[in-house]
Design a protein around this ligand. Structure first.
Ligand code: NAD
Ligand code: MG
Length: 261
């Protein structure tokens, strides 16, 4: 899929990886970008607008965990965008001490934004199909013992997104789904890490583990994300580590009956 002339929604697009995704989308000549975020990054978004004055750049302050707010956000976005072509669901948090908020934002947020987007993108509903990319993590594939709550939400995103990548939905809606699994990336997400882990006595181990991880910048990751979107294979899962994109296949242990008929 070419990004040229596409209208895109990016949740969590006000900072970190999301903001870099927005920059690169505009650089790749997307037609417009709508950012849904709770953070009002006036400077960052102002800079995008001054660099790309001809583009439609919207900012909507909304909490992805709030279904009503997200439904309203999409309603507003689709008033400015004729069609919605691409959604990149990036918004997420790390704080294993706040279990319900972590679940609400990381899982609830992805679900709210995905369903709201499908409503406008689905060919059955007058849309023209497109692609929805959901942000998981390497820990969405293999657990990291230090962060069991965060890990569980990132694994849930994999299950949710793989369910929707079924051909049955694609034939109806024309929407492809992909899963993004970056490794450690230097952003605000893990600041004060040891204050947000659930077992405080793991602090020393945590620092040793974090030290050993390969680190990459949000700009490196965003480049890989755009390349995964361009390749546009329904159900594809991408590890992004060492500034590189690695497609992976999940082993299947069980197949549902309806897929065989
Ligand atoms: P970040 O904290 O720099 O950016 C997250 C963005 O999401 C921020 O702009 C924040 O305001 C926004 N956000 C948070 N809660 C929100 C809410 N309830 N509603 C709307 N917006 C909200 O972090 P980041 O590292 O850029 O993380 C982006 C995504 O990438 C997250 O889902 C994270 O889990 C995932 N990820 C990060 C890493 C990493 O090492 N940084 C690795 C793998 C996956
Ligand atoms: Mg992660």
């Amino acid at each position: 899929m070419s990004l040229n002339d596409k209208s895109v929604v990016v949740t969590g697009g006000a900072s970190g990886i999301g903001l870099e995704v927005c920059k690169r989308l505009l650089e790749s000549d997307a037609k417009g970008v709508a950012i849904i975020d709770i953070l009002e990054n006036v400077d960052g978004i102002g800079q995008l607008r001054s660099t790309y004055p001809e583009k439609n750049i919207l900012f909507i302050k909304a909490d992805v965990a709030d279904k009503t707010a997200i439904d309203e956000a999409y309603e507003e976005i689709t008033k400015s965008f004729e069609y919605l072509d691409i959604v990149v669901n990036v918004a997420g948090i790390f704080n294993d001490l706040d279990v319900s908020r972590t679940i609400g934002v990381n899982i609830g947020g992805i679900i709210n934004s995905t369903f709201a987007a499908m409503n406008y993108m689905s060919k059955e509903k007058g849309g023209r199909g497109g692609i929805i990319a959901n942000m998981s993590s390497v820990v969405g594939l293999d657990p990291l013992f230090l962060m069991p709550v965060y890990t569980s939400t990132k694994q849930a995103i994999v299950g949710f997104t793989r369910s929707l990548a079924n051909e049955i939905y694609f034939e109806k809606a024309g929407i492809k789904f992909i899963i993004l699994c970056p490794g450690a990336t230097i952003t605000q997400l893990f600041t004060n890490f040891t204050e947000k882990i659930i077992f405080p006595d793991m602090g020393d181990v945590a620092y040793r583990v974090l030290d050993r991880l390969h680190k990459q910048s949000p700009a490196d990751v965003s480049k890989c994300i755009l390349s995964a979107i361009e390749q546009c294979e329904n159900g594809s899962i991408w590890i992004i580590e060492n500034k590189q994109l690695h497609p992976i296949k999940m082993t299947r242990y069980w197949t549902s009956i309806e897929e065989k008929v």
